[in-house]
Design a protein around this ligand. Structure first.
Ligand SMILES: [Mn+2]
Length: 436
C-alpha cells in the first residue's frame, strides 16, 4: 500500500495556535545511536515529534516552529548536501530540499545552528523544548537564549520560560487525525500478516526465533518493520513480561506468547496472541485463556468516550480476579482481593497505553491532575494477561505459563473500534491459526 499523505502544515498551524502569539518550539531530530564497534549503528529512526510535524527523515536536523518570527514560522536545520558522503549514505534533501519538499519557510545547515538560532528566539516569551533529553543540545539552546541578553537594551525580548512539549505537542498527538488512523490501519494489516505467518510456524520443536522470522517476514512483505523488539515467549518464558531472547524451543503441550507490532511510516501496531504449541489447548490452558479473553472483551466493551484508562483497567482486573477465584488460584472475596491487590502476583501490569508513533505513545495519562477521560481519535491498547509462576503453590496444570491477549482500539464518538479485529483471538480461532 502506498504511503498515506499527512497534512503536516495543518499540524504545525495547530501547534502555533497552542504555543500562543509569543511562543516557539524547538523540535530536535533523533541522533544516530552507536550499536557496537567503531562505527556500527542502530538502524536510524527519526524522532516521533519531528516526524509528526514535518516527516523529515534524516539524522542531524532540528525544526523551529514559531509564532513570534515575522516571516519564518517553520525553519529547518538539516545536513548539508555532500557529494562524497552521499555516495555512502544516499541523497540528502539539503537546504533547498528542506524548503521545496518539506515546506520550510527558511532552511540552514545543522552546522549553522549556533549562528542562526538566536534570531529565532527573539521576542519569544515561552520556548517549548525537551530540556534534559540531550545535554549537548541543551547547552547550545541555553547559550542562544543567553546571547540575547545584550539585545534586551534594544528592547528585544528573550524566552523567560522553557515549557515541556508534553503541554502542547504531546496533547496534539493524543487524538489521531484521519491520516494517522489510515497509516495505523496499514500497520495493523502488516501485523496481521506477520501473526498469521508466525502461527503457521508453531509446532513442537520449532524455536522461538523461527516464529520471529516468520512474523517479521510477514511485516516486511507489507512494508512494516518491528515497532519494538518482538517477543516470542514459549512456556515459562512468557512469565517474563519483556522477554526478548527468543532463543528457546517450543515444547509439546506448552503455550507460546507472541507480542509484536509492525511499524509502517512511523506508526506501530502492538498486538499479543497466545498459541497452543500442540494446536489444541489443554482443558486447564483453555480455562486460563478464556479468563483472559473474557477480561479483554469486557474491558473493550467498557472503552468509550468519557471513561478513563483506570476504568478500563478496573473492568479487566475485576473479571480476572473473579475467574482466578473460580479456578481456585485466589481465595477470598473478589472485592477484597482487588482492594488488597492480591491479583498482582498473576497480573502485574496495566491494561492499556496510548499507541501511535511511539509504542507507548505521547500524551499524559492525566488531565487536570486526574485520570483523563477518553475522547474520539485516541488510540490505545487493551491487553490483559495472566502469568502463573513456576512455583510450588501453583497447581501443576497452570504452573509456568503466560497468556496475554492484546488489541489496538480507536475511540469513536459512540464507543470504540477494534483496529486489530481481523486478527483472530478466540481459543478456537487461534487453534485454527496454528493447525492451518
Ligand atoms: Mn502493549
Amino acid at each position: 500500500m502506498a504511503p498515506v499523505s499527512h497534512d503536516y502544515a495543518k499540524r504545525r498551524e495547530e501547534l502555533r495556535r497552542r504555543l500562543g502569539p509569543r511562543g516557539a518550539a524547538i523540535v530536535p531530530g533523533a541522533r544516530r545511536v552507536r550499536r557496537n564497534g567503531a562505527d556500527g549503528e542502530h538502524r536510524f529512526r527519526q524522532d516521533s515529534d519531528l516526524l509528526y510535524l514535518c516527516g523529515f527523515p534524516e539524522p542531524e536536523c532540528l525544526a523551529v516552529i514559531s509564532s513570534a518570527h515575522p516571516q519564518h514560522r517553520f525553519v529547518l536545520f538539516v545536513p548539508p548536501r555532500d557529494e562524497k558522503l552521499e555516495v555512502w549514505t544516499g541523497p540528502r534533501a539539503g537546504v533547498d530540499g528542506a524548503v521545496a519538499r518539506y515546506g520550510a519557510d527558511a532552511a540552514f545547515t545543522y552546522g549553522e545552528l549556533e549562528a542562526k538560532l538566536p534570531e529565532y528566539l527573539e521576542n519569544v516569551e515561552e520556548l517549548t523544548y525537551p530540556l534534559g533529553r540531550d545535554p549537548d543540545l541543551d547547552r547550545r539552546v541555553l547559550a542562544a537564549i543567553a546571547s540575547l541578553g545584550v539585545k534586551e537594551r534594544q528592547c528585544v525580548a528573550r524566552p523567560g520560560r522553557i515549557a515541556d512539549p508534553r503541554l502542547t505537542l504531546h496533547e496534539m498527538r493524543l487524538a489521531k487525525d484521519a491520516a494517522e488512523i489510515a497509516t495505523l490501519r496499514q500497520s495493523v494489516a502488516a501485523t496481521a500478516a506477520g501473526f498469521a505467518a508466525a502461527a503457521a510456524a508453531v509446532r513442537p520443536g520449532a524455536f522461538e526465533y523461527q516464529l520471529q522470522a516468520e512474523l517479521e517476514r510477514g511485516f516486511l512483505r507489507h512494508r512494516g518493520v518491528p515497532g519494538f523488539n518482538s517477543i516470542v515467549a514459549a512456556g515459562v518464558h512468557a512469565t517474563t513480561l519483556h522477554y526478548e531472547d527468543n532463543a528457546g524451543a517450543l515444547a509439546d503441550g506448552e503455550l507460546v506468547l507472541v507480542d509484536a507490532g509492525a511499524e509502517v511510516d512511523g506508526y506501530t501496531a502492538d498486538v499479543s496472541r497466545t498459541f497452543p504449541v500442540a494446536g489444541r489447548f489443554t482443558a486447564a490452558q483453555r480455562r486460563l485463556y478464556d479468563a483472559v479473553l473474557d477480561a479483554e472483551q469486557q474491558a473493550i466493551a467498557a472503552t468509550r468516550p468519557g471513561v478513563t484508562l483506570d476504568d478500563v483497567h478496573a473492568v479487566a482486573v475485576r473479571v480476572l480476579v473473579t475467574r482466578l477465584v473460580d479456578l481456585g488460584l485466589l481465595v477470598g472475596a473478589p472485592e477484597q482481593l482487588v482492594a488488597a491487590e492480591q491479583y498482582k502476583r498473576f497480573y502485574p501490569h496495566r491494561t492499556s497505553h496510548w499507541l501511535g508513533l511511539d509504542t507507548h505513545d505521547a500524551g499524559s495519562l492525566l488531565e487536570g491532575g486526574r485520570a483523563r477521560p477518553l475522547r474520539p481519535g485516541m488510540v490505545l491498547t487493551v491487553e490483559p494477561g495472566l502469568y502463573l509462576p513456576a512455583a510450588d503453590d501453583v497447581p501443576p496444570e497452570y504452573r509456568g505459563s503466560g497468556i496475554r491477549i492484546e488489541d489496538d482500539v480507536l475511540i469513536t464518538p459512540d464507543g470504540c473500534e477494534v483496529l486489530t479485529q481481523a486478527i483472530p483471538r478466540t481459543a478456537d480461532a487461534v487453534e485454527r491459526m496454528v493447525r492451518g
